[in-house]
Design a protein. Structure first.
Length: 70
């Protein structure tokens, strides 16, 4: 739990830093935040599209190993 919390906080700060850096290059912080938000939306869409390969199948394999080996 603590590791996930610290990684989430680190990702939050890195996202703000990247948004401000991109905004400085474009002379508009709004564009930096929109770009970072778009990257996260694209990432979420890719995870949603490939959810069976990334999430469902590995979880089913793990639970079937646990269930059938005991």
């Amino acid at each position: 739990f603590a590791l996930t919390l610290f990684l989430s906080i680190a990702l939050l700060f890195l996202s703000f830093a990247a948004a401000f850096a991109i905004g400085k290059q474009l002379d508009n912080n709004t564009y930096g935040f929109l770009i970072i938000g778009g990257v996260y939306l694209l990432f979420a869409l890719l995870v949603y599209i490939f959810r069976k390969v990334l999430i469902d199948i590995p979880i089913l394999k793990k639970f079937s190993d646990i269930f059938f080996n005991d």
